[in-house]
Ligand binder design. Structure first.
Ligand SMILES: N[C@@H](CCC(=O)NCCCC(=O)O)C(=O)O
Length: 250
């Protein structure tokens, strides 16, 4: 019997007291287990202290997680962030190079929220820093001061584009998704194919054209209560299947 796929889950850095820690959210780790059927391995944000080719050779999949922090705008030639904006330069230095290398190496990749934004930046795209301030765009942030179940409840529809990865998973033309982000795709990177659009036209999902394996990014959070939403589960199951295929091909 073949082993479970080993799925890297990217971490954020966090200062707790005097020390810096590498943390990954519980819901991402659980979704890798119960949605993708994989074995999660937290990937610390140690940038080039980690030998990325060795890491990639060991992994069967990579999940780029969401985070309250924003990608530093110099990575996409954007204007400096407002003072006080949460950043995580160690995470940027780890994930941005890893994304391109993973996709090129045919390692299945799923990017969620910040992870989706990282994918766009890694392939040469740019981000709106405050979507809610862009004329004509909706406010995609979660309602503040509400219980987490309310914050991660389905909030708006997205239109699934015909002929793409999500369509291939049997998703209806329109699905409802949660929305917990202030930033969003401004310029879509070359080589990314739109998979879903919000009512205001914001790109909510893309896939990497011509990728040798599963390579999908979504702006929403399919890891949230993954088993209770068939559309969220379908994404994790397809990701897990691609990771199992990589195990079989070794
Ligand atoms: N900071 C970025 C990305 C938003 C994001 O990833 N939110 C998730 C927060 C916590 C979590 O569920 O992991 C933005 O604001 O656009």
């Amino acid at each position: 019997m073949s082993r479970l796929p080993l799925i890297g889950v990217t971490a954020c850095t966090k200062q707790i007291g005097l020390h810096s820690w590498h943390i990954a959210g519980d819901k991402y780790l659980r979704a890798v287990v119960v949605g993708a059927g994989g074995l999660p391995l937290v990937i610390p944000a140690l940038a080039d202290l980690i030998d990325q080719p060795s890491l990639l050779a060991s992994l069967d999949g990579l999940l780029f997680t969401g985070s309250p922090s924003n990608v530093e705008p110099h990575h996409y030639s954007g204007p400096a962030s407002d003072a006080g904006t949460a950043h995580d330069p160690a995470r940027d230095q780890t994930t941005l190079p890893l994304i391109r290398k993973a996709v090129e190496a045919g390692i299945p990749v799923l990017g969620i929220c910040r992870g989706f934004q990282e994918m766009n930046v890694a392939f040469g795209g740019s981000l709106h820093q405050k979507v809610q301030e862009v004329p004509g765009m909706m406010d995609h942030r979660e309602p503040g001061d509400e219980p987490v179940e309310v914050q991660y409840a389905p909030r708006h529809t997205v239109r699934v584009q015909a002929g793409g990865v999500l369509d291939g998973l049997g998703m209806p033309d329109e699905i409802k998704v949660n929305s917990i982000h202030g930033q969003g795709v401004q310029r879509l990177a070359p080589g990314l194919r739109v998979e879903a659009l919000a009512p205001d036209g914001l790109v909510e999902a893309f896939s990497v054209e011509g990728a040798p394996s599963f390579a999908l990014g979504v702006q929403w959070h399919p890891e949230w209560q993954v088993r209770s939403n068939p559309n969220y589960l379908a994404i994790f199951q397809a990701f897990g299947e691609a990771c199992r295929k990589r195990v079989r091909q070794r």
